[in-house]
Design a protein around this ligand. Structure first.
Ligand SMILES: Cc1ncc(COP(=O)(O)O)c(C=O)c1O
Ligand SMILES: N[C@@H](CCCC[NH3+])C(=O)O
Length: 441
């Protein structure tokens, strides 16, 4: 069993998280249930910040809220002094509703709408990470109309492929994101931004991918970027005040994953930036990063109830749980792998190879292929570990399955932070044709 963070096993042989018995939580709030180890989220946030402080580097650590966003999570990030990356009007609305300071919000996205830009401008957010010419021009014209100034970063694609799953590569040349460095589009965007009277070009941004386990990709992207920064400094006297190096720091999902400590990524970045800045005789820029998964991923555990089982002799034993691709789409989308254990018999040794199926009407709705568990029976509780990032945030109502509740556990106390969806919630946007609901029927 992967005991990490504050997880442990109590005298009843139950898994505990944040000092709270997960079996009791399942009884109280039902299953599936996402449980977050708040102390672990705080620890991760602090270690990213500390890595910069130790090196005396001015920095912003922006939590990429796409990994998991709700009022409580945004407030927790505020408590920890983080900045926030949002990628949609909805994430921005969540952040502002949580009372997150607008000036520490960075707005991302490759197709921000007019309304989203207007909303963010009127909310006076800290910075737009401009992705393309369409957005650059729309933002400029909106600023003029609304008589506003704003700070921007330009998202560039450095042409670096980080070693990760094909679908989550974003820094390579053939990508829907950002201005390309090599083909001159990034340079053109810099020039257009510098000509603007209302856009303050703070610097540049890149994000080379997700679930990255080494520092090489970041270092190569920094080197590539500095080739151009030197040129822009000479030709247009522009050198960025801010370099945003994105997120993508890997976490351990299974024992095959060997993530680095936050400090190792940060130190490698700072070292390269300092070296290149010194040799170019320019000041070391402020560094921003945007970790998502590495802040919340392994802090989240999903508790499911086991229901039916199907044994196909000499082929496979399926164990079905009361959730699946509706609360964790990552196995179906990326063949992502997870570890699990029984929460109600946490100390028991595994004896049987089984596969964990979801309850959606898709053969591909499998959470885990081939895992060794104790003999399971209906009503047992299965804890699937490290589901804190891109679990709830990518959850859906396929098959009209209500989305699970979310609980924060810390220091022996549990707090419901997102309610379970009800069947009524599923209908809240539906407009019926019959039953006299429409006037005149
Ligand atoms: C621009 C940007 N920043 C930050 C992140 C967060 O990535 P991760 O959750 O892997 O840290 C992403 C997602 O990959 C992203 O696209
Ligand atoms: N959602 C993806 C990562 C993409 C992150 C956003 N650019 C995952 O679950 O791993």
């Amino acid at each position: 069993m992967y005991l990490h963070g504050t997880s442990s096993i109590n005298d009843d042989n139950h898994l505990t998280i944040g000092g709270v018995d997960t079996v009791q939580l399942a009884r109280e709030y039902g299953t599936p249930l996402y449980i977050y180890d708040v102390e672990l989220i705080r620890k991760r946030a602090r270690s990213f910040k500390k890595a910069f402080e130790e090196q005396g580097i001015k920095a912003q650590v922006a939590y990429a809220s796409k990994a998991f966003s709700c009022l409580a999570q945004v407030q927790l990030m505020d408590e920890e002094g983080m900045s926030l990356d949002v990628v949609s009007g909805g994430e921005l609305y969540t952040a502002l509703s949580a009372g997150f300071p607008a000036d520490r919000i960075h707005f991302h996205g490759n197709n921000k709408s007019y309304e989203e830009l207007q909303y963010a401008l009127q909310s006076e957010i800290g910075c737009f990470v401009v992705d393309n010419f369409h957005e650059l021009r729309m933002l400029e014209s909106l600023c003029n109309q609304l008589n506003k100034n704003t700070s921007i970063l330009l998202r560039i694609t450095p042409g670096i492929e980080a070693h990760t799953h094909e679908y989550i590569l974003t820094g390579q040349e053939d990508s829907k994101f950002g201005f390309d460095l090599q083909n001159g589009q990034a340079e053109q965007a810099v020039l257009e931004s510098l000509e603007s009277h209302c856009l303050n070009l703070l610097g540049v941004h890149f994000h080379i991918g997700s679930q990255i386990f080494e520092t090489t990709g970041f270092v190569l992207a920094i080197q590539k970027l500095y080739e151009y920064l030197g040129k822009w400094d000479k030709e247009f006297s522009f050198f960025p005040e801010v370099l945003n190096l994105g997120g993508g720091f890997g976490i351990r999902y299974t024992e095959e994953d060997e993530p680095l400590e936050p400090k190792e990524y940060i130190d490698a970045m700072i070292q390269e930036i300092t070296r290149l800045s010194t040799s170019a005789s320019v000041a070391v820029p402020e560094i921003w990063i945007e970790p998502g998964r590495s802040l919340v991923g392994d802090a989240g555990t999903t508790i499911y109830s086991i229901g039916s089982q199907k044994d196909i002799p000499s082929v496979r034993h399926y164990v079905a749980v009361d959730g699946g691709m509706s609360d964790n789409i990552r196995p179906a989308l990326y063949q992502a792998q997870y570890e699990a254990a029984l929460a109600n018999r946490a100390g028991e040794k595994g004896t049987k190879k089984v596969s964990i199926a979801g309850k959606c009407c898709e053969s591909g709705d499998m959470l885990i292929w081939d895992i060794i568990l104790p003999e399971t029976k209906s009503g047992d509780l299965l804890a699937v570990f490290c589901t804190g990032a891109y679990g709830y945030s990518m959850s859906n109502n396929y098959n009209r399955i209500p989305r699970p509740a979310v609980v924060f556990a810390e220091k022996g106390e549990a707090r419901l932070v997102v309610k379970r969806e009800s069947y009524e919630d599923l209908l809240r946007l539906d407009l019926p044709l019959k039953n006299g609901v429409f006037a005149g029927n």
